[in-house]
Structures are given as C-alpha cells and as structure tokens.
Design a protein around this ligand. Structure first.
Ligand code: PAP
Length: 330
C-alpha cells in the first residue's frame, strides 16, 4: 500500500512525522473539476490551496473535551449544519430573533480548520466564548490524534453523493473562474466516479465516519441531509441531545426547537442580510449567497442522464451495499 492510500488510525502518528518536502513532492496529483490542483494525502484528495493549513491542523490541533467538530464532504449541507449547531450551542446567549446568523454567514461563525490554520500555523482557537466549534472536510482517519484523546464530539453530515456532486458542480462554476476553466459536467462526473473530487473518494470518507459512529456512538453522530430535510425538528432535538445540551421541557414548551429549525431553514438563511450576494467571506473569497442554491433532495435528476444515474447508483451500491447505508434514487 502506498503512503497516500487509506491508512489505519494507528498509523497516523507515524505518518505525521513524514510530512516534509519530499513527502509533498511525491504525492499523487490530479486536477479537480474546477481545474485546480489537488494532492492525494492521507487517502483523500486535498486541494492545493488548503493543503498546508490542513497539515498544520493535523499537526498542531490540541483538542479539549468541550470541542465540537462538524465533518462533511463539500456540498453535503455544511452551511446548514453550522447554523443549526451554532444555534443550539449559543441558545442562551441571545434570542433567536437576535441571532448572529442574521448578519453573518454560518461560515463566519463556525470556521473551517483551513481558514484558521491558513492565517497562522498554530492559531489561538480559544479566544471566543463558549465551546470551540470547528468544521472540516477531512476523513475520520486523517483527523488530528488529539481529537480521540478528549471527549470532543464529532457530527458527520452526509448527502446522497449524486446531489453532492451536482451541488459541487454548480458551486465550482462560481469560483476560480479567472484562473481555471471548470470542465464539462460529463467529464467531471467521470472524475467523481473515480473518487477524484475534493476530499474524496466520497465512499472512503462516508464509510469512515459511518463505521466510527457505530464503534463509538457517543463520540460520532452520523446524519443524512435527506433525514435532516424530512424531519428537521427531531434531528435538531437529536443533535442537542448528542452534544449533551438537550432542550429542557421549558424550551420544548416555548417552541425553541421549532424556532431554531425555522431560523436555519433554507429560505430563512438565504434571505438573511449576511447572505446577500454582495457579501463575501473574507477567508474564502466566495460570495455568501453561493452557499444557497436550491437546497433540495434529488436535484441530480435535472442534470444527469439515465445512464449517468445508473452508473452512479451501481457504484454507490457497490461501495455501500454491505455497510447498510442506503441512498434513494427514485
Ligand atoms: P460547503 O461544504 O462548501 O460549506 P454546503 O453548505 O455543504 O457547502 O453546500 C451547500 C449546499 O447546501 C447547497 O445545495 P444545492 O447546491 O443542492 O442547493 C445549498 O443550497 C444547501 N443548503 C445551504 N443551506 C441550506 C439549508 N438551510 N437547508 C438546506 N440546504 C441548504
């Protein structure tokens, strides 16, 4: 097995010592859908732009018991999950009608590790009040070791890979267009089927967190975008319980779960002042509005040919069939 292949958790500390220039030079590299370079590191395709910040996170992050890590593949519903978890954790700091989500994009309130580690190799993450909520796209087996030495909770949100692909495809049309021309949908789909997408292969990442959630259900909560859409209220209740911040009878009676669900809903967030098209994420150089496209389940049907769907569904069945994890294609 090459050093960039998926590795066992127990090998990570050994690998961490080898992150030098030679390691970097020898990594397999490919162009992503957007035309940008990515490297296969620790078993996942890492975009060149975030490679060094992610290495710093892997090397330096020191977890604490109260930490919360939100893990997703890009376009699996990260923005939504950030809004929900932020609202649950900070529900005593202000009322829902004064939520910071009104003026700030969820990515400004809950950063990705590559945003904070992109500014400094070893940033001070603990200056803001409350528990640290951090977001990542990296797989379970590539997470910093210290996360497993503390009670840090991990919430993983996955989405039907075909929807995640279509969402990603639309998103890349809006970024990096000056330097790189995104490739056509059918060509991008071929790369997706080979697992060559940012933080992919999707099957390795999803299965990694899926298995971890069974092995250690108090540490890893595995959610599906489709379930979150279908039954948001119960899922919000469930997330709070998992975080050991359950809603009190009083809060339930006062409709707080419904209020948070409504606040974090697609139309609500999309129309917030902080997410208007003129607002840009400084660390990400992306319009805040680009994180809100349709927010639907099954939009792949409008873009993929029956043959593409059939090939995608077969691959998904092949990769997930034995795991018990199912995605709908009707
Ligand atoms: P990221 O991983 O780059 O942060 P992410 O937030 O996961 O992006 O992806 C955006 C997707 O979530 C978009 O999906 P679409 O392209 O299929 O529409 C976006 O519309 C959707 N999304 C954002 N906010 C919500 C929400 N509140 N409810 C449901 N879906 C949402």
């Amino acid at each position: 097995m090459g050093k960039s292949e998926v590795i066992l958790d127990s090998n990570i500390s050994e690998l961490q010592e080898k992150w030098d220039d030679q390691y970097f030079q020898e990594l397999p590299r490919e162009k992503s859908f957007s035309g940008n370079l990515m490297f296969k590191h620790d078993g996942f395709w890492c975009a060149e732009k975030v490679f060094h910040p992610i290495i710093s996170f892997q090397k330096h992050f020191k977890s604490e018991d109260s930490d919360i890590l939100l893990a997703t593949l890009p376009k699996a519903g990260t923005t939504w999950l950030k809004a929900i978890v932020f609202s649950i954790v900070h529900r005593n700091d202000c009322t829902v009608d004064k939520s910071p989500l009104i003026n700030s994009n969820p990515h400004a309130l809950v950063p990705f590790e590559y945003q904070v580690y992109g500014k400094r190799e070893n940033p001070d993450l603990r200056s803001a009040p409350g528990p640290l909520i951090l977001s990542t796209h990296i797989p379970h087996n590539a997470l910093p070791r210290s996360i497993f030495d503390t009670k840090c909770k991990i919430i993983y949100l996955c989405r039907n890979p075909l929807d995640q692909f279509i969402s990603q495809w639309h998103f890349i049309q809006q970024i990096d267009v000056e330097e790189n021309k995104p490739i056509a949908l059918d060509k991008a789909f071929e790369l997706f089927l080979q697992g060559k997408e940012y933080f992919g292969p999707f099957w390795d990442q999803i299965l990694g967190y899926w298995k971890a959630s069974f092995k250690n259900p108090e540490k890893v909560l595995f959610l599906k975008y489709e379930d979150l859409k279908r039954d948001t209220i119960n899922q919000v209740r469930n997330i709070a319980k998992f975080l050991e911040l359950p809603f009190s009878i009083e809060e339930e009676k006062n409709g707080l779960i419904e209020d948070i669900t409504k606040l974090c809903g697609f139309e609500s967030l999309k129309n917030m002042d902080g997410n208007k098209p003129d607002k840009v994420q400084p660390g990400l150089q992306i319009k805040n509005s680009s994180f809100f496209r349709k927010g639907e389940v099954g939009d792949w049907v409008n873009y993929l040919t029956p043959d593409m769907v059939s090939r995608g569904a077969s691959l998904i069945e092949e990769k997930f069939g034995e795991s018990g994890l199912k995605f709908d294609f009707v």
